[in-house]
Design a protein around this ligand. Structure first.
Ligand code: CP
Length: 347
């Protein structure tokens, strides 16, 4: 049987979740180096969609520990991949993931995939079939680099930042507030961020305009995680009230899944809510010590005012840095021999 995939932060037990964050903190501080712990190991990353942080931080993570990363961009420098089952492949796609995932698994120690939703039908795409099928075909562990439903590496980085800034996270107030955007963005990041905060036992509030509800299964997963960790979940359409006293504020835009695949209808729902742009006035409703998170890339002065992004309460660069450290920890957990790491990792 192959080693475990990492498709969602809820794939990790509470102990494993905490261990990865502990290990990431050790690596970030330099207390643990493990320079050659991934020597001879290969990670192959398949990017069906673009990236700055995910691609760079994973490549750097492999290099930092003596390993190597291969990056494929299907349809550009490698064959365009077909993901649908049972399709007659007489279009632009040259190779099916049924073969590609198996072949890549033979070459590498782990494979990683980024595959955003295609914007067809939410009823179909909500099952995250491309990610799940790829994981099934691939004989090596698969890492989710952001799929239709989850961005678990971002969730880990968010959790590390929350722990760093707050110390004790249990019962602390985390507000995820919807932001305006010119396009309908996926729900993977907001769902993963709220899940990560819930897994830390925080009091999670999600604020969004009417019609922008996350998938009901995401809400159930966040509620379960919160209950399991002693936290809570509230959902509101009142942005100002949601920000009152918030200790961590996460700004993120997402599209209305009820209009998924109908961009004109979705835009008609989204455009009237430009006033949800996050501003200094809104930040002033939060606790004085509050910090502002965003996964990046961010649309300046559309999602968040530049005064906030350039101000002392913005945590977005530290948050992005944490992608590197949590992924180093994840890769070491997944691929390193315990003997190469020392007692810290085995504890
Ligand atoms: N936050 C994040 O995943 O960034 P990229 O899309 O640049 O990888």
């Amino acid at each position: 049987m192959k080693a475990r995939d990492f498709l969602d932060t809820t794939d990790l037990s509470p102990t494993e979740f905490a261990q990865i964050l502990d290990l990431a903190a050790q690596l970030k501080s330099g207390r643990l180096r493990a320079d050659q712990a991934l020597r001879g190991r290969v990670l192959t990353m398949v990017f069906m969609d673009p990236s700055l942080r995910t691609r760079t931080s994973f490549e750097v993570a492999m290099v930092r520990h003596g390993g190597h990363a291969v990056v494929l961009e299907p349809g550009r420098s490698s064959w365009a991949l077909e993901t649908r089952r049972g399709v007659v492949m007489d279009g632009a796609s040259v190779e099916h993931i049924a073969e590609a995932a198996r072949v890549l698994g033979r070459y590498a120690d782990a494979v990683a995939l980024r595959a955003f939703p295609k914007g067809t039908s939410w009823d179909e795409e909500r099952h995250d079939r491309t990610l799940r099928d790829f994981a099934q075909y691939c004989e090596k562990p698969l890492i989710n680099l952001e799929s239709t439903r989850r961005h678990p590496c971002q969730g880990l980085a968010d959790a590390l930042l929350l722990r760093e800034r707050l110390g004790v996270t249990q019962g602390r107030r985390f507000t995820l507030t919807w932001g305006p955007h010119p396009k309908a963005l996926p729900t993977a990041v907001p769902a993963s961020a709220a899940l990560a905060a819930a897994q830390l036992g925080m009091q999670v509030t999600i604020a969004h305009p009417p019609g922008f509800d996350l998938d009901a299964d995401d809400i159930s997963a966040i509620e379960r995680a919160a209950q399991g960790a002693g936290g809570s979940l509230q959902i509101t359409h009142d942005q100002s009230a949601a920000l009152n006293g918030a200790e961590a504020v996460y700004v993120k835009s997402w599209g209305a899944v009820r209009c998924f695949g109908r961009p004109d209808d979705e835009a008609a729902l989204r455009v009237p809510h430009r006033g949800w742009k996050f501003s200094t006035a809104l930040l002033n409703r939060a606790a004085p010590s509050a910090f502002v998170m965003h996964c990046l890339p961010v649309r300046r002065n559309v999602e968040i005012d530049e005064d906030v992004l350039d101000g002392p309460q913005a945590a977005v660069i530290d948050q992005a840095e944490n992608r590197l450290h949590v992924q180093r920890a994840l890769l070491l957990r997944m691929l390193a021999d315990e003997s190469a790491l020392g007692n810290e990792v085995c504890s």
